[in-house]
Write a protein that binds this ligand. Structure first.
Ligand SMILES: [Mg+2]
Length: 314
C-alpha cells in the first residue's frame, strides 16, 4: 500500500503527517523544509534538547536527525527517544555529513531506520521519507487493531496499560495531577440473566459510546478494563475536575434510559464510579493509583451504586 492508500485505511481520520527536522545549521533545515513543506506539517529543532521536547509534546510521525550537533548529539537524542515508551515508535532517519561506515552501524544499533548523507538529494530524501512513513503507518494500523476491544471498539486493556505508563511519565515530568476513573455497570449479571447476553452486549456498546462522547480531550483515554468494567485516563486533571467528569459520565449513562428491572440501583441501567487522583512522584506508582480507584469503586457500590466515590492521594 502506498501512503495515500494507507491514510484512507485508518479507522479514524489522521491529520496531516508531521515531520520533525533537527539540525544545528538553519541552512540545512531550510533545504529540507523546501522538500517537505507542501506535503507534510514540518516541525523544526536546532538542538537535541529542543528535539526531545517537540517529540514528547507533538509526537511527530518521523524525524530527520542531524548526527553532529553541539550539546546532545544526534545519537544520544535517538537513544533517549528509543528509551521512552511515548516516543520509541517514531522512526528516526539520521542525516550525516561524513560517510563513515562505523557511524552508520552505530546508528542502526541504537534504533535508526535509515541514513541520508549531506548534501541531501531532494528526490532521494523525499522517497525514503515516504517509504518509512508508509511502514510506520502500517505498523500503527496493526497496533491500533491489536489495541481495540472487539465488542465496544474502545481501547482494550493492553492499550490502557501502555497509555497509563505514558501519561504517568508525562504528568510526573510536568508536575501535573493524573486522574483515573474506574467504573462498572450496576447489577450487570442480573441484566444478562433477565435480558440475555446479546442485549447485554448491546448495553455495553451503548455505555462505551456515551463514555467516548464524554471523555474526548486529545490525551484522554476510555478503555474496556474487563467484562462490564471500563477505565478512563484523565491526564492533567485534578480531583475536582475528575469528579465532574465522572458525574457527567454517570448522568450520560442514565440518560440512555435503558430499562433494567432487576437492578439494585433503580429501574434504569446505571454505573458506579471510583475516582483516584495523584501528582505522580518518585514514591508512587500507576498500579497504586489504579488500586485506589478500584477501592473507591467498591465504596461507591457499597454506598448504594449509581454514584461517584473519589480520593486524592498525596
Ligand atoms: Mg550538525
Amino acid at each position: 500500500m502506498n501512503l495515500t492508500q494507507l491514510l484512507d485505511a485508518f479507522p479514524h481520520p489522521v491529520g496531516p503527517l508531521r515531520i520533525l527536522i533537527v539540525d544545528d545549521q538553519p541552512v540545512n533545515i531550510r533545504v529540507l523544509h523546501q522538500v517537505f513543506r507542501g506535503e507534510f506539517e514540518v516541525l523544526m529543532a536546532t538542538d537535541g534538547e529542543q528535539a526531545m521536547t517537540v517529540c514528547r509534546e507533538q509526537r511527530p510521525d518521523i524525524i530527520l536527525l542531524d548526527v553532529v550537533m553541539p550539546g546532545i548529539s544526534g545519537h544520544e537524542v535517538c537513544r533517549r527517544l528509543k528509551a521512552d515508551p511515548g516516543t520509541r515508535d517514531i522512526p528516526v532517519i539520521f542525516v550525516t555529513s561524513q560517510n563513515q561506515d562505523g557511524d552508520e552501524a552505530l546508528g542502526f544499533e541504537i534504533g535508526a531506520v535509515d541514513f541520508i548523507t549531506k548534501p541531501v538529494n531532494p528526490v532521494i530524501v523525499s522517497a525514503r521519507v515516504r517509504t518509512h512513513l508508509a511502514l510506520k503507518l502500517q505498523s500503527d494500523l496493526l497496533r491500533s487493531f491489536a489495541m481495540i476491544d472487539g465488542l465496544t471498539k474502545v481501547a482494550n486493556r493492553r492499550k490502557f496499560d501502555e497509555e497509563l505508563a505514558i501519561s504517568w511519565r508525562a504528568c510526573q515530568r510536568e508536575g501535573h495531577p493524573l486522574s483515573l476513573v474506574l467504573l462498572d455497570l450496576d447489577s450487570f449479571k442480573q441484566y444478562n440473566d433477565t435480558y440475555g447476553h446479546q442485549q447485554g452486549d448491546a448495553c455495553l456498546v451503548a455505555v462505551a459510546g456515551v463514555l467516548t462522547q464524554t471523555v474526548r480531550r486529545p490525551h484522554d483515554l476510555v478503555a474496556r478494563y474487563g467484562g462490564e468494567e471500563f477505565v478512563c485516563i484523565l491526564p492533567e486533571t485534578d480531583s475536582l475536575g475528575a469528579i465532574q467528569r465522572a458525574e457527567a459520565m454517570r448522568a450520560a449513562v442514565k440518560a440512555l434510559e435503558i430499562k433494567h428491572q432487576d437492578s439494585a440501583a433503580g429501574p434504569l441501567v446505571s454505573i458506579s464510579l471510583g475516582v483516584a487522583t495523584q501528582i505522580p512522584g518518585a514514591d508512587s506508582s500507576p498500579e497504586a493509583l489504579l488500586a485506589a480507584a478500584d477501592a473507591q469503586l467498591y465504596q461507591a457500590k457499597a454506598a448504594g451504586r449509581d454514584r461517584v466515590s473519589a480520593i486524592e492521594l498525596s
